[in-house]
Ligand binder design. Structure first.
Ligand SMILES: *[C@@H]1O[C@H](CO)[C@@H](O)[C@H](O)[C@H]1NC(C)=O
Ligand SMILES: *[C@@H]1O[C@H](CO)[C@@H](O)[C@H](O)[C@H]1NC(C)=O
Ligand SMILES: *[C@@H]1O[C@H](CO)[C@@H](O)[C@H](O)[C@H]1NC(C)=O
Ligand SMILES: *[C@@H]1O[C@H](CO)[C@@H](O)[C@H](O)[C@H]1NC(C)=O
Ligand SMILES: *[C@@H]1O[C@H](CO)[C@@H](O)[C@H](O)[C@H]1NC(C)=O
Length: 400
């Protein structure tokens, strides 16, 4: 059990650093490098990939223009269009992620599109997946125009359910909205009210994705924020626990762990699924001086330094969520999924400056310190994605 707000700031700093780096090493070896007894290893041992944890690094100055702007990319949701919404500072756009031991290549849109020619990607999860998809559309748009083909797939007209097609590359990308990955029933029919109590069926995957995923070549899981709500957990039709229930404000991560377990087990058992899966690890929020609904804000214009990262109010929760994700990811890999971890947690924990904050539409008293401005830090997620797709492709081909 974890409660927010009662952990001394700073106590988390060292454990976070150790925690994020140490457990990653074995899984990076597995995913990113061929086993030593294949003679293909020379192919992969370029200076970019050799024994490098791309997720361990720092944000460094990068004075060049970002990949795109609110003028050149027509796909940026208003909610994420910080510049259009009047954000005055620009330093947050002049940074790049620099792994300690190598370079993370820039996103090469042509290379990406060649890799996904004739293929499809589904982003499964909540609005963080949607955030990454928006970034990807803007990155792709620099070389080929994505076309909205949502109407061909669903009559449900919603910004959270969209399909896109890049005709020149016969490439399809979609978001499958599934904020818990498992089946849920929200007492609010629109499903978006923060306080409404939600029933989570922890042993049943959400058909919103599980029934549609079979033919996708890549699936990117990304979710987390919805697990902070009042929840009642069900297994085999029985209540097995709850969170923020009966006057309690405590988080209960049992549901979070089970949801990932069920999702990954389901994916493994989807008949005919031959794709590669990725898990985007937890993306931290950065409310200061109050929670999101208590006037909390995120006005920073510089990222936290390596020394400062983790020194923010939700740090211990972020650590706990990340630990659960890595455990379940490792278990799923051992059980035979082609699965890569896009471990953004450490990098994004530093980017308190990257959120829309008050430069968003709607109620100005509620800041958005959860999502990420576009362009911005979230573009790095797609640099990670392309990097891992290339490695996975090389490794897979070598194994044939
Ligand atoms: C882009 O942002 C600027 C403010 O910096 C605004 O004046 C302009 O209308 C925006 N353009 C688009 C296409 O959103
Ligand atoms: C486009 O890709 C799909 C698979 O996503 C494939 O079935 C189809 O044959 C491809 N079409 C063309 C014209 O290559
Ligand atoms: C959700 O729960 C309500 C009662 O709480 C019920 O009427 C409804 O049928 C349920 N919806 C689904 C999809 O299970
Ligand atoms: C919740 O708190 C209210 C007011 O403090 C109290 O009357 C009620 O009995 C509590 N409910 C439970 C289930 O503890
Ligand atoms: C952030 O800016 C808002 C609006 O200017 C202000 O009310 C708030 O106190 C600021 N928060 C911090 C942490 O500086």
């Amino acid at each position: 059990m974890y409660t927010s707000g009662n952990i001394p700031k700073g106590a988390f700093l060292l454990p976070l650093t150790l925690f994020l780096i140490v457990p990653l090493l074995p899984l990076l070896r597995n995913f990113m490098q061929p086993s030593p007894n294949t003679d293909a290893s020379s192919n992969l041992e370029t200076k970019e990939t050799k024994k490098c944890n791309i997720f361990s690094g720092n944000w460094v100055p990068y004075p060049q223009q970002p990949y795109y702007s609110n003028q050149t990319c027509p796909f940026i949701l208003d909610q994420l269009n910080c510049i259009k919404n009047g954000r005055p500072d620009r330093d947050f756009l002049k940074l790049r992620w620099k792994p300690h031991d190598c370079e993370l290549p820039l996103f090469d849109a042509t290379q990406f599109l060649e890799l996904v020619r004739g293929k499809s990607i589904a982003f499964v999860g909540d609005s963080m997946g949607r955030n990454q998809l928006e970034s990807l559309l803007c990155l792709i748009n620099t070389v080929a125009r994505p076309e909205d083909i949502t109407a061909k797939h669903t009559s449900y007209d919603d910004i959270f359910f969209r399909w896109w097609f890049v005709a020149d590359y016969n490439f399809t990308v979609t978001t499958l909205w599934s904020p818990f990955l498992v089946k849920f029933n929200d007492s609010d029919p629109s499903g978006r009210a923060y306080y409404s109590a939600t029933k989570l069926y922890l042993d049943e995957a959400d058909e919103a994705w599980s029934s549609k995923i079979k033919n996708f070549d890549y699936v990117v899981f990304s979710t987390g924020q919805w697990f902070f709500r009042p929840l009642t957990f069900y297994e085999r039709g029985q209540v097995v626990g709850c969170q923020k229930c009966q006057n309690s404000t405590e988080l209960n991560f049992y549901g979070y762990k089970k949801a990932f377990q069920t999702a990954f087990r389901t994916l493994r058992n989807v008949e005919g699924f031959k794709g590669v899966a990725f898990l985007v690890s937890h993306s931290p929020e950065h409310f200061e001086n109050g929670a999101w609904n208590e006037g909390g804000s995120c006005n920073r214009t510089k990222p936290f330094s390596l020394e400062e990262r983790g020194v923010y109010e939700s740090g211990d929760i972020v650590k706990a969520l990340h630990e659960i994700q890595v455990e379940e990811f490792n278990a799923a890999r051992e059980n035979g999924l082609r699965f890569g971890l896009i471990d953004v947690t450490d990098a994004m924990a530093m980017r308190a400056d990257g959120h829309p904050s008050r430069f968003k539409p709607g109620n100005k008293n509620v800041n958005d310190c959860v999502h990420w401005c576009l362009p911005g830090a979230v573009d790095t997620w797609n640099e990670f994605l392309l990097y891992l797709m290339k490695l996975e492709g090389q490794k897979h081909n070598n194994m044939l």
